[in-house]
Design a protein around this ligand. Structure first.
Ligand SMILES: CC(=O)SCCNC(=O)CCNC(=O)[C@H](O)C(C)(C)COP(=O)(O)OP(=O)(O)OC[C@H]1O[C@@H](n2cnc3c(N)ncnc32)[C@H](O)[C@@H]1OP(=O)(O)O
Length: 428
């Protein structure tokens, strides 16, 4: 068992050249190892580093002060942690800048020495100093981040859709689809995604690396993935308003399967139109999509409701409130009302009593530690209810919210009710 004093922690900007460039390359090799990805070749290293530079990513590495002979070099960190800023649509007048955390790995031979705790607590202190109201991440395991005040804020449905001759929509979506070279999505995708991001509460703006991944330019084996195919959706005026990229899973399965890599639709016609396109693919009987919305119109649009089966409901975005007043005043509301809630937070950032009054879609939140709270919750539950993705009544039933006045959870649920189920399609 080691100790946290066995390591030097260094935080630096991702760079392409010089000392910073060398540190970035060694950091990237450590990160890929942590996620069981192949060692990066020169071309992939340059692409990955360039993407991180363009996103202004800050990288933290933990460096072992001593190491056994012939083990990985001293320049290779035993732990990695990356942060960058992207906005989240919280339903307010403008998307809210968020502190995003990614690429968290600790080498198996150094795990459970408190390295993650050290990197996370230092980083969240820094995010608070930089005046971020919210932090967010997407996770590999659902048991790690609650202790740091993160809670599940949005979910996705992993669905499988039978696209054989039974597939028939009850409606005719407007517009049309056409195939493209999927690599074009690296160029066309950002503008199409921007339309989705602006209109959907819960959406996280995407970082540069995303476009390589969803277009097949950067495949899983750190090389181009030529099996990724793509199609665009055009509205009646010929304006592009959606796309899908997808992969054929091989001839071995029966029926043959197509897996959606990425599906971005700016409106319901584009969404259903892209599904109609997927269902029209010959020699394919099933289409799978790992990130469908909970309020999916597809099932309702189908003549046969049973063609869609939900394989799993997965946690997606985990949110951490760093500044309660700023975060709740930034989001949008559909109902008026008021409440007093008390937050417990082992890291301190969100701790305290808060009085919230909502009128005309805007909230006024003030710190009030003296007032008796209507309900109490911890920072993780607060992150879960923030966008309206988790219902406070359900969290109360799960023992994650304590009512101090009768009906307080129902009143909180009404106050935080979202205009639309929060949903995002960005994993980072
Ligand atoms: C945002 C993202 O990037 S998600 C990706 C997360 N990374 C991975 O899954 C890659 C493989 N796993 C790892 O690299 C490491 O095991 C990590 C990052 C999950 C944990 O790193 P460690 O340095 O071992 O964690 P550390 O020793 O600081 O433990 C911190 C706390 O988390 C707990 N913890 C650590 N890993 C896990 C886990 N997998 N499941 C549950 N609890 C965990 C520890 O028990 C400890 O609890 P405590 O402080 O409340 O007593």
């Amino acid at each position: 068992m080691g100790s946290i004093t066995d390591y030097d922690f260094r935080t630096f900007s991702a760079a392409l050249e010089g000392e910073g460039g060398d540190a970035t390359r060694a950091w990237l090799q450590a990160e890929t190892q942590g996620f069981h990805e192949p060692r990066l070749g020169e071309k992939s290293l340059v692409r990955a580093a360039a993407a991180m530079v363009s996103d202004g990513q800050m990288l933290t590495g933990a460096y072992a002060r001593t190491r056994p002979e012939a083990s990985l070099g001293a320049e290779v960190p035993v732990a990695t942690f990356a942060t960058f800023e992207r906005s989240i649509n919280v339903g307010g007048v403008a998307p809210l800048p968020a502190h995003l955390i990614s690429a968290v790995t600790v080498r198996p031979t150094h795990r459970r020495n408190g390295i993650l705790r050290e990197m996370m607590t230092t980083d969240l202190d820094r995010a608070v100093a930089d005046r971020y109201a919210i932090a967010a991440l997407t996770v590999s395991e659902a048991t790690i981040y609650r202790r740091f005040g993160f809670g599940v804020a949005t979910t996705v449905h992993s669905i499988s859709v039978a696209t054989d001759q039974r597939f028939r929509l009850l409606t005719s979506p407007r517009g049309r689809c056409e195939l493209i070279d999927a690599r074009e999505i690296a160029t066309l995708g950002p503008a199409i995604f921007a339309g989705f991001h602006a209109s959907r509460v819960g959406s996280v703006d995407r970082h540069t690396k995303y476009w390589g991944r969803v277009s097949g330019l950067d495949g899983e084996k750190s090389e181009e993935d030529p099996s990724v195919r793509g199609a665009l959706h055009y509205d009646d005026a010929g304006v592009i308003d959606g796309y899908v990229t997808y992969k054929f899973s091989g001839w071995e399965s029966d029926p043959q399967i197509v897996e959606v890599v990425d599906l971005v639709a700016q409106n319901a016609d584009a969404y259903l139109g892209l599904w109609q396109f997927l269902a029209s693919l010959d020699l394919v009987g099933t289409v799978t999509y790992a990130a469908a919305p909970a309020d999916d119109p597809l099932r309702w649009a189908l003549a046969d409701w049973r063609l869609v089966s939900v394989k799993n409901v997965n946690d997606w975005l985990w949110m951490r409130i760093l500044d309660v007043v700023a975060a709740f005043e930034a989001r949008g509301y559909v109902n008026d009302g008021s409440t007093v809630f008390a937050v417990s937070d082992p890291l301190g950032h969100a701790a305290g009593g808060y009085r919230m009054r909502v009128e005309g879609g805007r909230a006024e939140v003030t710190r009030d530690d003296a007032a008796a709270p209507d309900l109490e919750l911890d920072a993780s539950a607060l992150g879960s209810v923030y966008l309206g993705g988790a219902d406070p009544r359900v969290l109360a039933a799960a023992g994650q919210i304590s009512e101090r006045s009768p009906g307080a959870a129902a009143a909180f649920a009404r106050l935080l009710a979202p205009a639309q189920q929060p949903y995002g399609i960005t994993h980072f």
